[in-house]
Design a binder for this molecule. Sequence first.
Ligand code: FMN
Length: 189
Amino acid sequence: MAKLKLGPQALIYPMPTLLVGSMVAGKPNFMTAVWGGVACGEPAMVSVAIRPTRYTLKGINENKSFSVNIPNTKLVRETDYCGIVSGSKADKTAKCGFKVFFGQQSGAPLIESCPVNLECVLYQIVELGSHVLVIGRITECHISEECLTNGRADVSKIDPIVYITGQSQYLDLGKVVAKAFSVGNEIKG
Ligand SMILES: Cc1cc2nc3c(=O)[nH]c(=O)nc-3n(C[C@H](O)[C@H](O)[C@H](O)COP(=O)(O)O)c2cc1C
């Protein structure tokens, strides 16, 4: 198969669609972020690449805490809006009609309508270039009761938004292709 070189590009497919929240000037603010993911298992940690100009980052620096909310596909309009308008210009929480609640961290506003909400304390900010990598330790994970099956998080009920870079598209989860930690046994023997 012929291969072409595209230069250094972060073409990772797919990306999760997240709403990162912080308290800025005493008010909850949320920004869309897709450059994020799991950073560590024990302790549980997340990382999000954020441009230094983001209003949300102000709140993360001020309070040393933030939230990561997982919107479902019903919230795709609100999610996109939080990614095209800055909290420095509008009250995005009011505009989206988000009902906000708090857990242990007063600096981590959580969106009720998002099925999963992670409360994080700031662990470290690493300056990398165009973006800083915000690493947070997860202190609590909230999940909507209706998204559980037999007491476990059920991703088909969570219905998260998948982001595809390049095409700038939001997708829902596709079909299951195989069972993980299992299908490889067909080669392992
Ligand atoms: C689909 C999508 C993904 C985005 N991902 C990121 C990201 O990972 N990091 C980032 O800094 N900005 C990202 N943005 C841009 C910010 O969400 C946007 O600049 C937002 O207005 C910042 O809000 P704030 O100024 O209230 O913090 C994304 C925007 C969209 C629409």
